[in-house]
Ligand binder design. Sequence first.
Ligand code: 9MR
Ligand code: 9MR
Length: 578
Amino acid sequence: MNALPCLTALLFLSLPSLAQQHPDAIRLNQIGFYPDAPKIAVVADANAETFEVKEAGSGKTVLKGKLGAVRTSQHSGKHTRLADFGAVRKPGTYVVEVPGLGKSATFRISREVHRQVAEASLKGFYYQRASTGLPEKYAGKWAREAGHLDDKVLVHASAVSRGRPENTVISSPRGWYDAGDYNKYIVNSGITMGTLLALYEDYPLYFENFNVNIPESNNGVPDLLDELAWNLRWMLTMQDPADGGVYHKLTNPRFDGMIMPEAAKNPRYVVQKSTAATLDFVAVTAQAARVFKNFKGKFPGLADSCTTVAVRAWQWAEKNPELLYNQDEMNKLFDPDVATGTYGDRSVKDEWLWAGAEMYILTGKPAYIEKAGPGLEQPFALPTWNQVSALGYYTLLRPHYDVVAEPKVLNTIKNNLITYADGLLTDLEKQPYYTVMGKTAKDYSWGSSSVAANQGIALLYAYRLTKDRKYLDAALGNLDYLLGRNATGYCFLTGFGTRRVMHPHHRPSIADGVVEPIPGLLSGGPNPGQQDKCTTYPNKFADESFTDNDKSYASNEIAINWNAPFVYLAAALEASMK
Ligand code: 9MR
Ligand code: 9MR
């Protein structure tokens, strides 16, 4: 018999508690906590009993406590216990120590504790810019050459129109790379822009003093809007001048290899127009027209052209109310075949709702919102790239100067949102990580980090509507989730945390020769689908199906539609916790 088991048993007996040294078992927000907010660490060990909070420098104990009752994960059956140290309020740097297990990550208690993650996650969009070099002055050690100039893009056979026969060369520069790949997709740009424009509209004052060191910083426009203008200008080029319809995407036929942008030389195409892309374009340009009209001096003509193109795109959609993007069908009819991200949607009801809501608030014309029909009365659904009705609801709920939605409709939307938020809070007390994120396995879809962030945003709207602190605390709990209080123990924002993501599926991070990945990018997070078939997942449990492997595009890619709600959540919490 092997001697090792006996030795382990011996070691075990000699310890004061049954817990074994295992600091990774103490999981908390690895960045920190606001002085007057809840503070929770989760101990993934049923045998631990007590905890202490110590000052990181002096080692002085500031709080001793007993861990809460044992909880069991509905996903893995594993046990956890909570350390509640909300009583520690004094700004400083601390660790949580569990006798026998060890010390947690070092964290701060301070005001503005999430300012840096909010800034970095917005800066993440700068690093995603296509068609431009990133000088060291702004990009530091992640400086790179320009790639994908996109000034000579081909019209794909699926996208021909009057004046633009197959292989017509058009210019469609700028925009953000979608994700770990280098293509640009209107549908995913849509939800991303909508989320970030909403952030600006909800917290405009906060962005008056939010500088993230981009080339446009200090031009008299909030950096958030400067960054959005980079992608907006690209989106405007995606409208077919012949008829107002919008190309679904600008893409290579196949994904580029794991190379830097400047090394990519494959031809790029705009492909088939679709109703989803066109309506998302309507919504974004209508919202942008509203926002940018206050910056006419810096963006001459931009707001007006946004209104014009929104109206034209809407008219195209009225003529093509349900032209879905089906890549397989398209490939049967046209060459070259396209194998990149599909963002294909089976229903555009929610896109009609979002676009209608934005056009209504922009113009005051009820005909736009009437298109949404009974959709306005539907239960609240969390936003994702193929379900955008919530963005319309958020816009209708927001106070605007000129236009007010009908009180009855507003009440229904408000009640539906609060019902949804209350649903999130149900049984929160019993959750293994004490977060609304992860109550059901379906939260752990591809890009689950964005589910956590979007739940947080919905909770913040509920908080703003009711002023009930429980929603704010739960939103903060989801930020804690993303920054480390989760079953993987990872902080999912690159560049941050003690247990950090080092190998995201992100071409520049892989190819640039710099050890650290590009900072401020949100990893997709646990996804038991494991569609990438990576062999390094720890197991199949929903809440642990994550691997920090750059081949794991199903759990460890980054994407603009995941970063956007993270920026929203972190910045909105900063603005709310002042
Ligand atoms: O890099 C691609 C990533 O952006 C996508 O999310 C993913 C799924 O569509 O596909 C990745 O590309 C892989 C391709 O699908 C299969 N061959 C390997 C590619 C790189 O990992
Ligand atoms: O985020 C998308 C996810 O919901 C889908 O399940 C998945 C497979 O179709 O694609 C994801 O989007 C990817 C896109 O197709 C290509 N760029 C990378 C995106 C993030 O992985």
